[in-house]
Design a protein around this ligand. Sequence first.
Ligand code: NAD
Length: 411
Amino acid sequence: MSGKAIAQSHFTRAADLINLDAYMRRILLQPFREVTVEVPVRMDDGRVEVFTGYRIQHNGARGPCKGGIRYHPDADKDEVLGLATIMTWKTALLDIPFGGAKGGVTVDPRQLSRLELERLTRRFTQRIAIVLGPYRDIPAPDVNTNAQVMAWLLDEYSSRHGYTPAVVTGKPVSLGGSLGREEATGRGVMYVMEEYGRDFGIPLAGGRVVIQGFGNVGGHLARLLVSEHGAKVIAVSDVTGGTVNENGLDIAGLLRHTAERRPVPEWPGGRSITNEEIWTIPCDWLVPAALGGVITRETNAGTIECKAVVEAANEPTTPIADRILEERGISVIPDFLANAGGVTVSYFEWSQNLQQHRWSLDEVNTELRQAMHTAYAQVRDMARLRGVPLRTAAYAIAIERVAEAERLRGH
Ligand code: NAD
């Protein structure tokens, strides 16, 4: 099932719940603007290679469009649209004055040299610059893009429009990035787990956590859960496989190990497991923090043994798997609530750029905690009131906010 189809299936369930008008469903299901560009890049050996890139603005009723840019061989229009749509709901749910967008280039960046990557980024920026801007559309990093890529984007855009740090977030701190942005998504996941755990009697202290994916989100989350709550992270994995230690992994040591580009299964402090085995380990919290579509009817939805699934990745659970987990009494904390910490601190970064003022790390984390706790409480209350899963409640709140903005603007 494509990202777009997954997003539409969740949308329809919530739209039915709030009796959304047919015309509004059409506005909210269709993107506002889709841009497809061809991106010619001079390779190091003198050849010109042409890549296809996308920037899709799903909805901007509540503010400038906002969303990351990913470089991936599988990035296509459907995937980018699905992710752009989620950004609309995520920013609305967190009550951030942004809409939703996403960008992508169909490329395997591991095949490019650093100079080729820079040329690709600059040419892609030139091609889409006409639809970007601090009050129009603000990119950020996503899969296989990082602060350096954002710095090139900023430089390319600013060379035409004058210095414009607010055109992009997730920048290096020395170019106007926000303190706390790098770990913000993992930290935000932890803040939601704190509140959910308190409500449903699943303490983080000593709680058994399994995390698929040990990159930016999974790595920071694991570290913070251990250092700030004394959780027991018993298994983690990366693309090559996983490692398990029933007594709790030494996460600080494992982070040093992976920082040296060594695979997780080679960590001597645990027993190595395959990528399939990670789903068979009984735990309190199961956190997919890698890819979409990893919890499915065909593979693991019927056998996973945990108290809650925390969707740190985007769209890790297919709609059918979601129903199976619901029937089995396993709660799912939905992606656009759980992983909204990144865009929330991106909003703080944009605000700091516009104010030309830097917040302290304490200010960033305090505001982030409050934003995540508030959004979670609103979703929990709606779920209780309407007797629906957290995901449907989150969609209902977000859709209603965007629909209200559309109506007030005269649609
Ligand atoms: P990342 O590239 O830093 O890390 C991804 C991790 O997943 C790596 O450890 C990688 O080895 C692992 N992985 C890849 N394929 C795997 C597989 N088949 N099995 C097991 N592990 C696999 O990416 P990230 O920034 O941590 O993002 C992870 C997820 O979180 C993505 O779905 C992304 O869209 C989502 N997300 C990220 C952010 C953010 O701020 N970084 C914000 C919101 C959502």
